[in-house]
Design a protein around this ligand. Sequence first.
Ligand SMILES: Cc1cc2nc3c(=O)[nH]c(=O)nc-3n(C[C@H](O)[C@H](O)[C@H](O)COP(=O)(O)OP(=O)(O)OC[C@H]3O[C@@H](n4cnc5c(N)ncnc54)[C@H](O)[C@@H]3O)c2cc1C
Length: 428
Amino acid sequence: MTPQDPPKPSVLIVGAGCFGLATAYTLASSGYDKITVLEKDDVIPSRFSAGNDLNKIIRAEYADNFYTDLSISAIRKWQSDPLYRPHFHQTGFLNVTSENAPQATKNVVTNYLTSIRGHPAFEGQVEEVHGAEGIRRVAPAFTGSTAGWSGYFNKLAGYAHSADASRAVHDACVNLGVEFVRNGEVSELVYGTKSSRRVCIGVKTRGNKIYHADKVMLALGANVPGLIPQLGPQVTGRCWGVVHIQLTPEEALPLRGIPVTNVRDLAFFFEPDEATNKLKFCHMGGGFTNFALSPNGLSLPYGKLEDSQFVPLEDETYIRKLLQEVFPQFADRPLIDKHLCWFADTVDSDYIIDYVPDTNSSLIVLSGDSGHGFKMLPIFGGFVKEVLEQGSQKEAKWQWKDDTKLKSTGTWRGDTATQELSKLERAR
Ligand SMILES: Cc1cc2nc3c(=O)[nH]c(=O)nc-3n(C[C@H](O)[C@H](O)[C@H](O)COP(=O)(O)OP(=O)(O)OC[C@H]3O[C@@H](n4cnc5c(N)ncnc54)[C@H](O)[C@@H]3O)c2cc1C
């Protein structure tokens, strides 16, 4: 900063998940020296954060080239930046459907392939894979029949150890002087007036402590409509079920380096976690909502961790079927660590990174991750810095949308229907 530069505003970030940490790190690296992050949990990475996980897929296939190009920029950082590189594993991504998948699901995989086919970054990186023989070529460690699996293998992809990456960004923020407040669950926004205009001047925590700042940023993931209910029409809290199976070190060894594999109609999985030898599985349907148990007609995550520690029975059925087809030796292994992972869904799957109307550029929402935000950890903070420094969100996709602009353009989960959690059978 030169003596002529105006002082940077003080910043309060609410939520130390993926978007909050990414933003704190970018701003602190850019000379913002009064940053406080308030986090509901008493540990970071937070147990409530969707990003606090063994792994997240890092891939750039999107129907919309806008996200393809951004994801490629993020992947370049995952590959090269010393902060992120240790947590990135470029195992490749096998994206397929099983023999009996509905045609609509098969079409989704074909569309993904089409979206990257002509893109120069993917030249020589992608091959079609059909049938057991094709699968065995890219994943020789799979022991099951994989009969009728069909799709493609993309080498410019892999996964990040997302809990470790989040921890690394948190530690880097601390080194840059960012202050973190744990057990800092925010219950209210505090408003005041500046030059006779209404502005958000801070937040109040459940412990009745008030924190002030020039700019308040809400990075609450799926919880964001809880603090600003007028976001309800734009953001729906949804969740997917996640489970692990425990392998022994001997069982895990031959599976080291297998590609991230998404059998789209069944579930996706990763190589065994290095530290724990756990295999993670997730059936990615349309996502489950929670309108019935949330206030104000909003779909919000359960407030307590223990309430999210189950998965719907139908998810278990898909995962068992996948195990039978790919690793029959583990088909009856107990499913452990069952939990629901919550994300903030929007109708068009676009993020929301914008000022809240009528707050005179004092309150910013960083949300709407729509289940595809973690890959952006290395670059997300740059999106926020632009809004902060330009005074408005220039990218139409990421603007706050009033009702008239809320038109779905067809989401990438279009082949699957969402369901209300309260109507499901739980697998405890
Ligand atoms: C099952 C599943 C699989 C996914 N897979 C992928 C993937 O493969 N690739 C990918 O790129 N993305 C993936 N995602 C999405 C990714 O995890 C999210 O996009 C990302 O975590 C969103 O970050 P966020 O900061 O908005 O929310 P979160 O990471 O959920 O963080 C929100 C934070 O806010 C805190 N908080 C909440 N309420 C309060 C409050 N009142 N006061 C203070 N703090 C509060 C929470 O404790 C939490 O730390 C997946 C998501 C799920 C659920």
